[in-house]
Design a protein around this ligand. Structure first.
Ligand SMILES: Nc1ncnc2c1ncn2[C@@H]1O[C@H](COP(=O)(O)OP(=O)(O)OP(=O)(O)O)[C@@H](O)[C@H]1O
Ligand SMILES: [Mg+2]
Length: 404
């Protein structure tokens, strides 16, 4: 033990014999320890509650509660049970030393004291205690690390399962859609023949019904076209330098054509004019923005305060588009599902030629994520049912896969 480590240790001597106390006090003080004294078991216990000594030298034979009982009480208290106790006995005393070990002592020293022996026993037990403390600390760290690792593995496994599920769904749907294209084409061609015939004969019921069918089939066709993503080569051909602010202004202009959008919703646009142009596929980004705006408008449809805020911002690496609404928000349990294909909370309504009500398929956000993948882009969302939602599109400025 070094002088520095010795100084950190507080030794409590408990003895009813003042001479013994003085002798030990001097010895330990000279050796550099911090030393406290108590004249009986009760006052020792009171002191220990206030000051947590590193080690206790405890006389066995004392008036009041003896050393064994004092030790037993200390060992039953969780806050003091770890403090090592060394008993002190006189050679002349007939003490059953086994009792001492049974109540939790670590060692004995005998009076009259052999100073060298007292010091070396003391230091040995302090070193053991120190090592035990370190072991305990390491153990706690290890348990914590293990806990973190388990959580990480669980999280990664969930992520992998989700990715695998999406990949399987993706492969299945691509194959399915490919095969659906032909029969759909047959239906549409046959329908147009029926429509021509109905127009010729002036059969309005036939005409109306065939219109309904063709609307529904066209809708199926739209879904398929949305989900049949272009190959990477085709995508590269569509790549161009896009200024996000300009794109958004143009898209907003298109939305303004809608009466509800232009009149019922308060808008706030905060665009960072410094934003640089980056290589993107224009129609993909406009589709993403359109989906997010449409969702925001849907979410605010039943609300009193309808406010849509669009923000563009950038940092060194990325460009951000925030689409913020004051709508109904998304509950925490639904938040993890919104990017799943076909997940929707909106009532599916048949598209009506007269009212223009469109069906919701639950493909908007899923498609956004798919469209962003080649650009290493992502969408984050914060939402709660009181304040509404913020969807943020994150676009990296330098895309490794698509150098322009
Ligand atoms: N801004 C928003 N506020 C509240 N809920 C939202 C918002 N955006 C998305 N959601 C929730 O996420 C679901 C999925 O959205 P997504 O855009 O993928 O599908 P959809 O809007 O239901 O249908 P589609 O976009 O195919 O017409 C929505 O049905 C809705 O429950
Ligand atoms: Mg949508």
């Amino acid at each position: 033990m070094t002088d520095k480590t010795i100084k950190k240790n507080i030794i409590l001597i408990v003895d009813d014999n003042q001479n013994n106390l003085d002798v030990l006090f001097d010895l330990l003080k000279k050796s550099g320890f911090k030393v406290l004294v108590a004249l009986n078991g009760e006052s020792a216990i009171k002191q220990i509650e206030r000051i947590h000594p590193t080690l206790i030298l405890l006389d066995v034979m004392m008036p009041g509660i003896d050393g064994f009982e004092t030790c037993r009480r200390l060992k039953t208290n969780p806050t003091t049970q770890d403090i090592p106790v060394i008993f002190m006995t006189a050679l002349s005393e007939t003490v059953n030393k086994v009792n001492g070990f049974q109540v939790g002592a670590v060692d004995y020293i005998t009076k009259p004291f052999q100073y060298e022996e007292v010091l070396s026993r003391l230091k040995t037990h302090l070193t053991i205690r120190n090592l035990q403390n370190k072991l305990q600390e390491k153990n706690t760290e290890l348990l914590q690390a293990n806990d973190n690792l388990e959580k990480l593995v669980e999280q990664k496994t969930k992520q992998l399962i989700q990715q695998e599920k999406t990949a399987i769904i993706g492969r299945l749907t691509q194959g399915l859609f490919h095969n659906l294209r032909n029969p759909i084409q047959v239906i549409l061609t046959t329908l147009s023949l029926i429509e021509i015939k109905a127009q010729e004969t002036g059969d309005t019921v036939y005409l109306k019904n065939s219109e309904h069918i063709s609307t529904a089939v066209n809708q199926i066709n739209d879904i398929i076209n949305t989900l049949m993503l272009k190959s990477r080569r085709e995508q590269e051909e569509d790549l161009q330098l896009v200024n996000i602010n300009e794109l958004l202004r143009r898209e907003i202009q298109l939305l303004e054509a809608d009466f509800n959008f232009s009149n019922a919703i308060k808008k706030k646009y905060i665009f960072d004019d410094e934003i640089v142009s980056i290589p993107l596929i224009y129609c993909h980004i406009s589709q993403i923005f359109h989906s997010l705006a449409e969702n925001a408008i849907d979410a605010m449809s039943g609300g009193i305060v309808k406010e849509l805020t669009i923000i563009t911002r950038q940092d060194e690496q990325r460009i951000y588009i925030d689409v913020k609404d004051t709508g109904c928000g998304i509950s925490p349990e639904n938040l993890s599902k919104i990017f799943d294909p076909f997940y929707t909370t909106k009532l599916a309504k048949y598209e009506d030629m007269e009212t223009g009500v469109t069906t919701r398929n639950g493909l908007g956000l899923y498609t956004c994520i798919e469209l962003l993948k080649p650009f290493e882009g992502e969408i984050t969302v914060t939402s709660d049912c009181e304040n509404g939602s913020i969807f943020t599109v994150i676009l990296p400025k330098n895309i490794k896969r698509f150098p322009l």
